[in-house]
Write a protein that binds this ligand. Structure first.
Ligand code: PMM
Length: 295
């Protein structure tokens, strides 16, 4: 990413602000513009480097809203937060919504479809010259669970992300503005998510900044399930989220996207005070030159 966003003290913390009635963790809480702006400012004060504003839920099975509804949710919030000096990304798969959000004051595009959902997105990112987060994605939320079929999830995600990079660069996007994200929970089951969490080094080795976004996701809820297999409720997954955030920081990710920025900032402060120890990736132990990631 450009000089504006590359920092010594990685990872950057991206605070989640969903202006939606139905997102899996904070849906409905910030549907009102003033409440959303207030929460965005609180996220910044709590330690968010970027507030990620989204107007369409991407939880599994979610129905889509139209572009006007999505833009109508996010633009007033982005304008209000820009006036308050908050740095923001726009979480959208639509070029028109991204363009409106950039005009209103967002400075980063967070596209969970990695440019696949809207062919016009590359042009918006290229024209704006802004950072563009390309997440690994195979289809919209309504049908993504049926697309969770991989030969080797780590290698397939890596290869499909590289295809997205090629297409973005072919569309005029500066490769130095691209961030990649494995897309935890998007067309992935719990085993897929754990394999990607374990092998962040494979994505980091691509040389692009990596965003890690495990916050409160279902695979953590399943890990912490009750004896009757009921997943841990969404708002009781914070300690597990913090553990993943520190592990991702130690693996060398560029950014971490979370709901609770204050707790994340605290956990990262402990990691830094301990000398920011790195995870030993075992890279040298991987078999020969194939570099094949084991699941
Ligand atoms: N996950 C959600 C939404 N946006 N953006 C990126 N880059 N990566 C993600 O994994 C991701 C995302 C899922 O919903 P949430 O906003 O409720 O966490």
């Amino acid at each position: 990413m450009g000089a504006e966003s590359v920092r010594e003290d990685h990872p950057v913390v991206m605070g989640i602000l969903n202006v939606t009635p139905d997102s899996f963790s904070d849906g409905g809480r910030y549907a009102d513009v003033d409440a959303a702006i207030e929460h965005g400012i609180a996220l910044q004060q709590g330690g968010a480097d970027i507030v990620d504003v989204g107007g369409e839920s991407t939880r599994p099975g979610a129905e889509r809203v139209d572009a006007a509804t999505e833009a109508g949710r996010v633009v007033p919030v982005i304008a209000g937060l820009a006036a308050a000096g908050v740095r923001m990304s726009i979480d959208t798969t639509r070029a028109s919504v991204a363009a409106a959000a950039l005009t209103a004051g967002a400075t980063v595009i967070n596209d969970v479809s990695g440019g696949l959902a809207d062919p016009a997105m590359a042009g918006v990112a290229a024209d704006a010259g802004c950072p563009w987060i390309l997440m690994h994605w195979r289809g919209h939320s309504r049908r993504m669970n049926e697309l969770a079929i991989y030969r080797n999830v780590v290698e397939d995600v890596r290869d499909e992300l590289l295809q997205r990079v090629d297409e973005a660069v072919g569309g005029g996007v500066d490769p130095g503005r691209i961030v990649l994200d494995p897309g935890l929970g998007f067309a992935k089951n719990a085993d897929h998510n754990w394999a990607l969490t374990r092998h962040l080094d494979v994505l980091i080795d691509l040389g692009f900044p990596i965003l890690f976004a495990a916050s409160r996701k279902t695979y953590l809820g399943r890990l912490l399930a009750a004896p009757d297999a009921t997943p841990r409720p969404v708002d009781e997954r914070e300690a597990a989220t913090l553990a993943t955030s520190v592990l991702a920081a130690a693996a060398g990710v560029w950014g971490i996207r979370v709901h609770d920025v204050r707790a994340t900032a605290d956990a990262l402060a402990v990691w830094r005070a301990s000398g920011a120890p790195k995870i030993k990736t075992g890279r040298s132990n991987r078999s020969g030159s194939s570099g094949r990631a084991e699941e």
